[in-house]
Design a protein around this ligand. Structure first.
Ligand SMILES: [Zn+2]
Length: 238
């Protein structure tokens, strides 16, 4: 569905856009698509079993899945990166932080296959992006900030479109009504790092925040990050 000028949400079982298993609401992440004149940029790949639905959602809005040129990964968890190998077959170039790239290449427990009872098909990320680095793809300048905690590879991406600063937050900020934080069962979950990341995130410039699951924040984005930081400081600080 179209969210903003040039931005579409093309997957997410919690919001009913894609479904892999009847009744599942956390198996597939929110994947976002940015439409440019030169092609399409995807943020997260979904779990893979819903790829045809994701493609159908793209076609519904008059675009072609074959025009996806790049995919940025927020982290290596199965519900975000499981479909990566399918996109790689179509020649999509992947960009992620170092830890995420290592995890999806190994396809090991960092991809939390034990949560989904599925097999992760490994694939190679084409370009590693560092904390604070900016990369320009198809005319869009995307800035990466590493935000470890939910997983060690968690990365938040920011860019400006239509005069608005948009933040793709992955699982750093939990969706309202379902908890403040991302799932804590990852083998590389780290509360201390997570708190440090929230302290970084609260200073990020943002007009809109598009999270990895559930509701998007087209209003109150910054306020939501402040709320989550507040809870973390109260509950987690030693
Ligand atoms: Zn996750």
């Amino acid at each position: 569905m179209q969210l903003l000028h040039q931005i579409y949400q093309v997957s997410g079982d919690l919001v009913g856009l894609t479904t892999d298993v009847e009744g599942a609401i956390w198996n597939d992440c929110n994947a976002y698509l940015v439409k440019t004149e030169k092609g399409l940029i995807l943020f997260d790949a979904g779990c893979g079993d819903t790829m045809e639905q994701l493609y159908a959602n793209i076609r519904y809005w008059g675009m072609c899945p074959e025009d996806i040129k790049y995919c940025f990964l927020t982290h290596a968890h199965f519900d975000h990166a499981g479909g990566g190998y399918l996109l790689k077959k179509n020649g999509v170039e992947f960009i992620s932080g170092k830890e995420t790239a290592e995890a999806v290449l190994a396809g090991d427990n960092r991809c939390c296959t034990y949560l989904y009872h599925k097999k992760f098909t490994p694939f190679k990320v084409d370009r590693i992006i560092a904390d604070g680095e900016k990369v320009s793809v198809l005319g869009l300048e995307v800035e990466a900030r590493l935000m470890p905690g939910h997983s060690m590879g968690c990365t938040v991406f920011s860019f400006t479109l239509g005069g608005k600063r948009i933040v793709i937050s992955g699982d750093v900020i939990g969706t309202k009504l379902s908890g403040d934080f991302g799932w804590s069962g990852s083998i590389d979950f780290c509360r201390e790092n997570y708190l440090g990341s929230l302290l970084k995130m609260v200073d990020l410039e943002m007009d809109y925040m598009l999270p990895g699951h559930g509701m998007v924040y087209l209003s109150g984005a910054k306020r939501r990050v402040e709320e989550v930081l507040n809870v973390a400081l109260m509950e987690w600080r030693k």
